[in-house]
Design a protein around this ligand. Structure first.
Ligand code: UDX
Length: 441
């Protein structure tokens, strides 16, 4: 099939590369010419494991090409995927301006019947709006059927998620369009859920909101565990064995970040509010997460008092491992709080420094080597559980820091490991910080 993907962001690029890998003829379009230039030269604008090789292979064999020309991209396509960004506006709603631009462009450029498939996360009702925009502007003799097909790709494992996802959701009342979409995904052998457009739109928000709730729940519980002397990891293991709860997404830590959970939970809260049905539960989920991101700094103050002029090594800038994405990363909140306290921050991350630098500029120092970040620091905060960070022996903190105090926001080290070294280790066991005072050993 001839497929066009609108948007060369992480969802668009992964979708393009994977559909090309399935044997389709894929064109990916983006309005940012520099991005298209870069991709045409074989360079990916994002770090995503496995993506570079898929892009390279499919560009080389002619299955995948990039363009900034809407006519070239849309005129002959059988299916057009919309994968443009829907960033949050000031009031927390999804900003649909890029969606509108693409819908207009599709309407003006198509020269044959087409299925328009929305991958972007959009508020309930948006696909009906896209259908209206296209219907009122397209040539009257052509058919364009809009289908909701939300993505569930996790950054860092997006390629695996595309080929081995848990489900594919197809939202449409048009059986012909549904059949074509089902055929497209058939080779993946992933369960397909066929539903109406609005339910498909809601499934995406509901999934992300549920997962965010799970994280805030376990973090809230961790705070209670800390007070009563229970271990949150033991508790998570104990409850996770119940099949109705499940073992995943129960890692307590510094809260969720990224381009999806914060934005989608806020959008759902806004949506509910607009419908005069405020979501108290989701409001609490967001509140717990905001508080959780600041806790490492509170714990640092509790431990060493004033942070003024203290040197802090911040380990990890990405919102999670295996991505260079820093959007809504807990690390950014930690930096903001540390700077407010007058601390001097030197941050390490294996991939996310360029993206962090665009936001933080020279308000902090950057280290491409963990040991350099730790050198002479008064305090270390672990914010992202990269392998490069987890696999550093705690001994290194002792050899490089002045008087090693480590606040681990991601539970990277087992207790047996911690007990071997003369350091003050404050484990954010979901913020059950365990203080092992080296003076007592
Ligand atoms: C998410 C959804 O998982 C995906 O289905 C959707 O399409 C896009 O949004 P992503 O944002 O890439 O994917 O990351 P995810 O792996 O879901 O993690 C989100 C955040 O939650 C990260 O900051 C992570 O550190 C945090 N998290 C996750 C926890 O704090 N604890 C957990 O147990 C799991």
């Amino acid at each position: 099939m001839k497929i066009t993907v609108a948007g060369a962001g992480y969802v668009g690029l992964v979708t393009s590369a994977c559909l090309a890998e399935l044997g389709h003829q894929v064109t990916c379009i983006d309005i940012q010419k520099e991005k298209i230039d870069m991709l045409q030269k074989g360079r990916s604008p994002i770090y995503e494991p496995g993506l570079d090789s898929l892009l390279e292979k499919n560009q080389r064999n002619g299955q995948l090409n990039f363009t900034a020309n809407p006519h070239h991209a849309y005129s002959k396509a059988d299916i057009i995927f919309i994968a443009v960004g829907t960033p949050a506006t000031h009031d927390g709603l999804a900003d649909l301006k890029y969606i509108h631009v693409v819908a207009h462009s599709i309407a003006h450029c198509i020269e044959k019947d087409v299925i328009v498939c929305t991958k972007s996360t959009v508020p309930v009702g948006t696909n009906d709006l896209i259908q209206e925009i296209i219907d009122s502007r397209k040539p009257p003799n052509l058919k364009a059927e809009v289908v909701a097909n939300p993505e569930f790709l996790r950054e860092g494992s997006a390629i695996i998620d595309f080929f081995q996802g848990d489900r594919i959701v197809i939202g449409t009342n048009n059986s012909e369009a549904a059949l074509i979409m089902e055929q497209l995904y058939l080779p993946l052998n992933i369960p397909i859920i066929r539903t109406d457009i609005r339910s498909a739109e809601m499934i995406k928000y509901a999934s992300n909101a549920f997962l965010a709730t799970k994280i805030s729940f376990i973090n809230e519980l961790a705070n209670i565990c800390e007070k009563v002397g229970a271990d949150i990891q033991e508790v998570a293991n104990g409850i996770g064995h119940d099949k109705r709860i499940g073992p995943h997404f129960l890692n307590a830590g510094i809260g969720y970040g990224g381009s999806c959970f914060p934005k989608d939970t806020k959008a759902l809260v806004q949506l509910a509010g607009n419908m005069k049905h405020p979501s108290e539960l989701l409001e609490a989920v967001i509140k717990v997460n905001n508080r959780q991101q600041t806790l490492p700094v509170l714990k640092a103050k509790e431990t060493i008092g004033s942070l003024k002029d203290k040197k802090v090594a911040l380990l990890g800038l990405a919102f999670k491992p295996d991505t260079d994405d820093v959007r809504e990363s807990g690390s950014l909140t930690i930096v903001k709080e540390l700077l407010k306290e007058g601390a001097v921050v030197r941050a390490y991350d294996p991939f996310a420094i360029p993206n962090a630098q665009r936001i933080l500029g020279n308000t902090i120092e950057y280290a491409y080597d963990i040991r350099f970040a730790l050198q002479d620091a008064d305090l270390a905060i672990i914010a992202t559980e990269w392998d490069q960070i987890k696999h550093i022996s705690l001994k290194v903190y002792g050899t490089h820091m002045k008087d090693p105090i480590v606040i681990d926001g991601r539970n990277c080290y087992p207790l047996e490991e911690i007990q071997k070294y003369p350091i003050t280790y404050i484990s954010v066991e979901g913020l059950t910080f365990i203080m092992l005072d080296r003076m007592k050993r």
